[in-house]
Design a protein around this ligand. Structure first.
Ligand code: BG6
Ligand code: BG6
Ligand code: GLC
Ligand code: GLC
Length: 949
């Protein structure tokens, strides 16, 4: 008390201008420009910290991605309900953006009603708060006669910090301001709202977007001003958002374009960044708040706290005898008796002093004229500090935007809302002046949001609605590619029936089930040096394969890849085989082996009817080949003829095998359980070891002289029975033969018509073999890209992609090769890279386009993998049943670019097979590079055992 009197007498002696003593008393609240620059610099560091993924968790300023990617472009339209919760008034609105008019031409109509929120709901149970919100909404719908015939889209302005993964979802991080309802923190607020709306009942409402008030304000103002890229609230609370470069927003995938970031700058200072500037009054306000230690800047700046700061200063000054001759009233001691409205009134230009006096009298005080001047000055200092701090924050954001864009000057508009800004007579001017002083190089325009944030929220929803419509249409387009378990089960059943029919039928069948005259898989005794030709996949290879005697180890491979020009693939048969002979000749030169008559195996990846291991009549070309005069001819003969025509070297062609068979053999060399070969490459096919007794078309007369050769029914069979030999050697108790299923033909009899989409039909019609290889066209590398292209064409024609421009690139067959599909679907690839791949292909895409393209690729390749998995389930179950086993362990040797390069194909295939054939434990063993050649060499070795160079 003694000290108080001393101080009081000291000040009263001076008899000075009352504002001076206030200035001295509140010295710490004066912020000079260099201090503001210092605060702006600290602010900038905080923005950076919040954006970075490493430091975000510890950052006070949360920098929340909003998923709003662009400011309005004028094309928005529609009719929306809106809720606006979190400011000084809770409002329900109807916002109509008239069709074809857009906001720019005044096409917006707003109907609104404010609903009081009882104080106890602010701090009661969250569910009760949301029930109140939803009941108010229902009341509004009834009162305004809003039709419930169709679903009403709703935009939700929720002015609290939420972590959003999408526009229509958001986890409440914490309450702020005067809200503290229980049970919502960490929960999805949109979900809570939906729950409440369902509970209330009688409404058909779809919550399209939830936005922070800053974002909504930026959008509202952005419609009238294309430069508006910052939203600012100085109301009950304070906050700002701005358009950040997406590449800087670590928490969201993607590098391109911008995204609005809700800074939640009210929390600036929560980690001590403002400690040099905090006064005892700030500490007291904080201590008495709902959220002590939190929202430090907000408590120095915003409407909820300004009046209280003034009250605490006046109270302290009165207690010190600096005001009211030391008299203090109960009212002055009571929290909340001075509000922001009072602060604004005290600073009114003409009536300010009068208003101050009236307020003080209302607070049971007896102010002298000097007291009134002093209290008015307190109010000025407190509100001035507020606008100065906001200016420092804005300076930080605007400097960041300027640096992001590498600009020396910046022209930008800031959309502003909030009671302090709107009510306080001096605030806007002061703020603008300081910002301009701190950033002389920026042309900053402040745009007052004319009709609150609901307009902006409706705009965000309008964009969301457009995107949702697009989403629905894309989903509808892709839904036929999404096969159910039942459908996959059906495919398995049909594949099984196809395999059985093919085994029985001597005439044509959809699945050909071609005997390969390979009776056993290798046993590791194979050795010698062989030439192998490998024709029919992506590459044509010639190989030299050398198995060391007695060593069951991988052979040495030498190989060369040759291209076969399309003109030759689709020219005459003679030209094709001459070309092959020329490549072999080149290879032999390259190896210096022109004069060696090497035993050779020919991997020929097309359906051949074989009557022995070294003959094969081409049934029909598939994939990219269409050379004339080959179908119906023995390809081994054609090759021999070509070699003869060349008259340069000779080969002993001992075996012709399908690539599936070669792959199985190659993998079986490593894993004796390998009894299936799968190709998922340019084409698709499977072979497996079938029991001879089931292969009706070759009857029981099949023979074999060396374990890998036989003759078909009707042919002379002078050799001893291969089965006998196998039995003797103990490799298999039951005689078997590898069957090249040619499963790519499943569906050629119409059995897949229910899953075939119009896009598949288009691909089939444009292919070299319409109506044929229907399963292959759904599942293999040569066609998947084409199916994707057909879907993209359709989406583009429907204006859902590439801005509706059907470009030449998109019209070009074959642009999506397997490798591009694989790249596009790679998880590690950022959207920007997808975009650059598309650009390489001549497709100019936006980020949204890239997302859709990736999705289309995913749907098409997933279906392919699932279909192959279903087919495989049929094959393994057949083998299991053949053997009468409850459980089968089997290995599948696999090759093909699709299987090996695609990031997800193999895992989806395996997973599907596992689900559809639960009694089989299937191991997938990818064959090594050159597996097709190695397999052919192995078969040749078996056929020409011990023939050595
Ligand atoms: C309004 C918005 O215009 O501004 C509110 O619609 C927002 O959602 C408000 O919170 C901020 O101002 P105050 O002063 O009402 O908190
Ligand atoms: C290879 C075989 O390993 O796989 C080829 O040797 C086969 O003959 C190929 O056709 C399948 O893959 P792709 O993707 O090249 O068709
Ligand atoms: C509080 C909220 C913030 C909101 C601001 C203005 O700071 O946390 O989300 O934008 O108030 O209403
Ligand atoms: C095609 C061929 C078949 C081959 C497959 C994989 O389906 O008809 O023989 O195995 O492609 O290359």
């Amino acid at each position: 008390m003694f000290v108080v009197h001393l101080v009081a007498s000291f000040f009263s002696k001076l008899q000075e201008d009352p504002t001076k003593k206030v200035d001295r008393f509140l010295y710490a609240m004066h912020l000079h420009d260099d201090q503001l620059s210092d605060i702006a610099a600290r602010f900038q560091a905080e923005l950076k910290k919040g954006l970075s993924v490493e430091s975000n968790a510890a950052a006070a300023v949360k920098m929340l991605p909003t998923h709003v990617r662009s400011t309005p472009d004028g094309s928005e339209k529609g009719q929306f309900l809106a809720l606006d919760l979190g400011g000084s008034r809770f409002k329900v609105l109807q916002v109509k953006v008239r069709e074809g008019m857009g906001m720019r031409r005044g096409g917006v109509e707003l109907v609104e009603k404010t609903y009081p929120v009882p104080k106890e709901l602010h701090i009661g149970r969250g569910t009760e708060l949301f029930d109140h919100v939803s009941e108010s909404l229902k009341d509004f719908i009834h009162e305004k006669n809003i039709s419930l015939e169709k679903k009403q889209p709703l935009a939700f302005t929720f002015s609290f910090p939420c972590e959003q993964a999408t526009l229509n979802q958001g986890l409440l991080l914490n309450w702020s301001k005067n809200f503290r309802a229980r049970g919502l923190q960490g929960k999805d607020v949109v979900q809570a709202l939906r729950g409440a709306i369902n509970k209330t009942g009688g409404m058909d409402v779809e919550v399209l977007a939830m936005v922070n008030d800053t974002v909504a304000t930026m959008m509202t103002c952005g419609f009238d001003d294309q430069y508006c890229e910052v939203g600012l609230i100085i109301g009950t609370g304070t906050n700002a958002c701005y358009m950040e470069e997406l590449r800087n927003v670590d928490l969201v995938e993607g590098d391109e374009g911008r995204m609005c970031v809700n800074t939640e700058w009210g929390a600036f200072g929560d980690d001590g960044a403002l400690k040099d500037y905090i006064t005892e009054f700030d500490r007291d306000v904080d201590a008495a708040s709902n959220n002590p230690g939190k929202q430090i800047l907000e408590k120095m700046v915003s409407g909820m706290y300004l009046g209280e700061l003034v009250r605490l200063v006046v109270l302290k000054m009165a207690k010190l005898g600096l005001l009211f001759e030391g008299h203090v009233s109960d009212a002055l001691r009571t929290k909340g008796t001075i509000t922001t409205e009072h602060v604004a009134a005290m600073e009114e230009y003409k009536n300010g002093l009068n208003n101050t006096r009236n307020l003080l009298v209302d607070l049971d005080l007896s102010p002298t004229p000097d007291d009134c001047v002093a209290v008015q000055h307190v109010s000025t200092i407190v509100s001035f500090r507020s606008s100065n701090l906001v200016a420092a924050g804005l300076a930080a954001i605007l400097t960041r935007i300027k640096q992001n864009r590498n600009l020396r000057t910046l022209r930008i508009s800031v959309g502003v809302d909030g009671t302090v800004y709107k009510m306080h007579p001096q605030y806007p001017k002061r703020l603008q002046k300081v910002v301009r002083r701190l950033l002389p190089e920026c042309h900053v325009r402040f745009v007052l949001s004319d009709s609150g944030s609901s307009k902006g929220a409706a705009l965000v929803s309008a964009v969301a609605q457009r995107l949702a419509l697009r989403r629905r249409q894309v989903d509808e387009t892709l839904s036929p590619f999404r096969l159910s378990q039942e459908q996959l089960q059906l495919v398995k059943t049909r594949m099984r029936a196809g395999l059985e029919a093919g085994l029985k039928s001597k005439g044509p069948s959809a699945i050909k089930m071609l005997p390969s005259f390979v009776y056993r898989t290798p046993d590791g005794t194979e050795y010698g040096q062989y030439l192998a030709l490998d024709l029919g996949g992506t590459n044509f290879r010639v190989l030299l394969v050398n198995f060391k005697q007695g060593l069951q180890q991988n052979p040495r491979l030498y190989h060369k890849i040759y291209t076969i020009p399309l003109g030759i693939m689709q020219g005459s048969g003679e030209e094709l085989f001459d070309h092959i002979a020329e490549c072999v000749s080149d290879f032999l030169d390259y190896m210096g082996m022109k004069n060696a008559r090497l035993p050779a195996g020919f991997t020929f990846s097309f359906p051949c009817k074989q009557t022995s291991i070294d003959t094969g009549t081409l049934v029909s070309w598939t994939k990219r080949f269409k050379a004339t005069d080959c179908e119906g001819h023995d390809v081994v003969n054609m090759l021999r003829e070509a070699i003869k025509r060349r008259n340069e070297f000779d080969l002993d062609i001992a075996a012709v095998v399908n690539d599936t068979v070669a792959t199985m053999m190659s993998c079986a060399f490593e894993d004796p359980q390998c009894e299936i070969g799968l190709i998922a490459g340019t084409g698709t096919n499977v072979c497996y070891m079938e029991e001879l007794k089931n292969i009706e078309k070759i009857g029981q007369k099949t023979g074999n002289k060396d374990g890998a050769e036989g003759t078909a029914e009707g042919e002379e069979d002078e050799q001893d029975d291969g089965r006998e030999r196998e039995r003797k050697e103990g490799h298999a108790e039951i005689p078997k033969m590898c069957i090249n299923t040619e499963w790519g033909g499943l569906g050629d009899d119409g059995s897949l018509d229910d899953i075939i989409t119009p896009y598949d039909t288009e691909v089939d019609q444009n292919s070299l073999n319409p109506g044929k290889q229907r399963f292959e066209k759904l599942t293999s590398g040569m066609y998947l890209g084409e199916v994707v292209r057909q879907v993209l064409l359709d989406l583009t024609r429907g204006s859902l992609l590439f801005r509706g421009h059907v470009t030449e690139a998109l019209k070009t067959p074959g642009i999506f090769q397997t490798k591009y599909l694989s790249h596009i679907e790679s998880d590690r690839l950022a959207l920007l890279q997808v975009r650059s791949i598309l650009q390489q292909l001549g497709l100019d895409s936006t980020c949204d386009d890239s997302i859709i393209v990736k999705e289309v690729c995913g749907a098409v390749s997933r279906r392919a993998a699932q279909l192959c998995g279903a087919g495989m389930a049929a094959v393994v179950d057949k083998i299991r049943e053949n053997r009468g086993l409850d459980h089968l362990n089997v290995t599948v040797g696999v090759d093909g670019t699709l299987y090996k390069l695609h990031p997800h194909f193999s895992s989806i295939l395996q997973e599907t097979a596992r689900i559809l054939a639960p009694q089989c434990n299937v191991t997938f063993l990818p064959s090594e590079e050159g597996g097709g050649g190695k397999g052919a060499a192995l078969i040749t070795a078996v056929a020409r055992q011990k023939l050595e160079m």
